[in-house]
Design a protein around this ligand. Structure first.
Ligand code: ADP
Ligand code: MG
Length: 703
């Protein structure tokens, strides 16, 4: 933030031509309070008056058109709420239709038939004729003869502002006015000059000037590039400094040695060879836990990449150093499954492991509480039950949180408050996040990626089928079941209409039964309205292979492991998001047999829905799917990053500016490595800038 006595901190009403009334409007309508805010109200495009389209040349592949013509007609059609405004603009080549559905009164009052306008907007076609809906319009002023290209900035404005003579054009006037009062030093440089030079970036003042008033498209690009780089660079630098600070200030337990438990398991019990990704992550954890700082690591690994074994090996490391560990899972089913899996793996080793969930019997629960307290229990697997105050550890050293996004930050923090020196934390998520998003949202954490699946996995064959093909889909399930395989059929659970989804599920269940009337087919069902005990029984029977088909809502989504299941049918696929579809699909393809995922839909699927289905059919790679998800939905909606302050970017795009982000990260790392306190002369401008900005953004830890 700019210091109060700085010219940029001047309230906007003091700018020549603004005054109190218009000042108030700028604040209310556009959030422009100060000179600085006006400076940061960037134009959303520039008019290049040399680039005028002929109306006759407008065609379907054109996204936007800019034309000059006379408004030969304007009038309204329809009544009341259906009322809209239509216009016709004519140039020497043809007629362009214009239409307005909103703000009609203002348009009607302000556009004058017979006047020549410069018109810009998104090209559409209506009854085969070119049309622009809600065009930007301004009275055409021809460029002066012989003038070189001048790009005029166009700013967003609102009806209320326009009514007070603050149209986009008038805002341009104010911005120009502001620049006439500013000196180069008023827009402080914040990037060290050696870096400016090395990367050939425009100085800050110039970049600000040229993003508003470029004299050529290249000029504008240069300004935009500089400001985008700055945006990433400042964010990366801050994240890296926070991370460094956290490492330095957090005291952590030291796992000095790799001992008997780890070695015995590794050499005699490990049922397979670790993948390189698993080895790498294990090494990262080993390094972290040896430093004396608390580890706070996010492990992203696609479904089936083998995160569990990495967790177990880390827990063995903790045990070797005399510490207890726990694994927290989001559901009873998952906790139970982890418990079963881990007890199996640990068989023959002198380590104690227990399961603690909401349905653990009182007597057992008391025993577990006591054993945790006296230290005789090494590992505990559980649900939220672990967070209760009564659960106390003798010396908790390692915490694994599985499927991270299901737990709130505050909830998880309860766990590490259970020890004087906080335990090391490994948060595991099977929801891959695109690299750019991870870098910006989790840049202050340590994170590991497992982007490799264990060998021998067969890719899951994914197809899209119409509802009408249901009978043949059921027939396909029958052939798989005949081979001894099992199948899932999943129904969406829509929160707003839980009742309806429940009824859909029941209907679906009856329908499935009608396809498999022979009693040799056993069908089970799991949904959120069942008691945990019933859910568990049904789940267990499917896990043990006692039932052939599992009809379920998404309660089985996360982490359930039934390697014998080879078919996943997803009903009403269009209702699921990409990451959820990917999670669901990950329930099959866990064994050595070929597996199939069938995406069912009705006839009507939205464009986005079709896009999602296409991606699912094309790839099994969770990271690719995550990239696509980011592209389709934008960063604000991606799981787990919603609350992150890291995403309030103004200019950059996490989809289109990847390379710039990588560059900014590398440059920031170089600075932090050489001069973490930013005391070198060349880094002082940066230090000043960051100090001024302090308090503006809050970067939060996710775990
Ligand atoms: P996720 O990362 O989805 O939690 P899991 O840890 O459940 O994956 O592992 C999925 C399956 O892969 C398990 O059956 C596990 O035993 C197996 N697995 C894990 N690592 C390897 C490996 N390196 N080689 C072969 N199989 C492995
Ligand atoms: Mg898992």
């Amino acid at each position: 933030m700019t210091p109060v006595n700085h010219i940029l901190a001047t309230p906007i009403e003091y700018l020549k031509g603004v005054g109190p009334l218009r000042g108030d409007l700028l604040k209310k309508e556009l959030g422009i309070y100060t000179f600085e805010d006006l400076l940061n109200h960037f134009p959303h495009r520039h008019i290049d008056k040399t680039k005028i389209n002929q109306i006759a040349d407008i065609h379907g592949d054109m996204e936007f058109a800019q034309v000059v013509g006379k408004l030969v007609y304007i009038g309204s059609v329809g009544e009341n709420r259906a009322r809209r405004l239509v216009g016709q603009l004519q140039d020497s080549s043809g007629v362009l239709e214009l239409a307005w559905f909103q703000g009609i009164n203002w348009v009607e009052k302000n556009l004058v038939q017979g006047t020549t306008y410069l018109v810009y907007g998104r090209v559409g076609f209506f009854n085969g004729k070119p049309q622009i809906v809600h065009p930007e319009m301004e009275v055409f002023v021809p460029a002066q003869a012989g003038a070189k290209t001048v790009l005029e900035p166009v700013y967003s404005s609102t009806e209320k502002l326009k009514a007070r003579s603050l149209s986009g054009r008038q805002i341009a006037g104010l911005t120009k006015q502001l620049f006439s009062q500013l000196k180069e030093k008023d827009i402080d440089e914040n990037i060290p000059s050696n870096i400016l030079q090395q990367l050939q970036l425009l100085p800050r003042f110039q970049a600000y000037y040229k993003i508003h008033f470029p004299s050529s498209p290249e000029d504008f690009e240069g300004a935009l590039h500089r400001l985008k780089f700055e945006e990433f660079f400042v964010a990366q630098l801050r994240l890296q400094l926070v991370r460094l600070q956290r490492h330095k200030s957090s005291r952590g337990l030291v796992f000095e040695k790799v001992g008997n438990y780890f070695n015995t398991f590794y050499n005699h019990h490990l049922p397979f060879q670790l993948t390189n990704a698993q080895k790498r992550v294990l090494k990262e954890i080993r390094n972290d836990t040896a430093t004396g700082h608390q580890m706070n690591r996010l492990l992203q690994g696609d479904v089936g990449s083998g995160k569990t074994i990495v967790a177990l090996l880390s827990m063995l490391l903790a045990a070797d150093n005399g510490f207890q560990s726990c694994i927290m899972a989001p559901t009873e089913v998952l906790a139970q499954q982890h418990y079963n899996g881990l007890s199996g793996l640990l068989e023959g080793m002198s380590l104690k492991i227990e399961l603690l969930t909401g349905s653990t019997k009182t007597k057992k629960r008391k025993e577990i509480h006591a054993a945790l307290l006296d230290g005789s229990l090494h590992f505990v697997v559980g649900t939220h039950a672990l967070l209760e105050d009564i659960v106390q550890f003798n010396n908790l050293g390692f915490v694994v949180v599985d499927e991270q996004h299901r737990f709130g930050v505050a909830q998880r923090a309860k766990l590490w408050q259970k020890a004087a020196i906080p335990p090391h934390i490994l948060v595991m998520t099977a929801t891959p996040i695109p690299r750019t998003l991870a870098m910006t949202a989790y840049g202050d954490l340590d994170y590991s990626v497992m982007d490799e699946l264990p060998p021998g996995r067969q890719p899951i064959v994914t197809v899209h089928r119409n509802e009408k093909a249901r009978a043949s889909v059921m027939e396909f399930i029958r052939t798989e079941v005949a081979k001894g395989r099992q199948a899932y059929i999943i129904y969406p659970l829509i929160e707003e209409s839980e009742k309806m989804s429940y009824e859909d599920l029941m209907q679906g269940y009856e329908q499935v039964k009608s396809f498999f009337p022979d009693p040799k087919y056993v069908i089970s069902m799991v949904h959120g309205r069942q008691t945990p005990a019933v859910k568990q029984t049904n789940m267990d029977r499917f896990v043990k292979g006692e039932t052939n088909i599992m009809v379920s809502t998404t309660v089985i989504e996360v982490g359930v492991n039934v390697p014998n299941a080879s078919v996943m049918v997803i009903e009403s696929t269009e209702k699921f998001g990409l990451s959820q579809l990917h999670q669901l699909r990950g329930r099959v393809g866990r064994g050595s047999e070929k597996s199939f995922c069938i995406l069912l839909t009705g006839d009507k699927v939205s464009r986005e829905g079709r896009e999602r289905i296409k991606i699912m059919c094309e790839t099994n790679d969770g990271f690719k799917i995550a990239e696509k998800d980011l592209e389709l939905r934008g960063p604000g909606d991606i799981e787990g990053t919603r609350q992150s302050g890291a995403l309030n970017f103004k200019l950059v795009s996490l989809v289109n500016d990847k390379d710039l982000l990588e560059q900014a990260k590398t440059v920031a790392a170089g600075i932090v490595e050489k001069d973490e306190n930013l005391n070198m002369a060349e880094n002082l401008p940066l230090k000043n800038f960051l100090q001024k900005q302090k308090g503006k953004t809050r970067w939060s830890k996710i775990s």
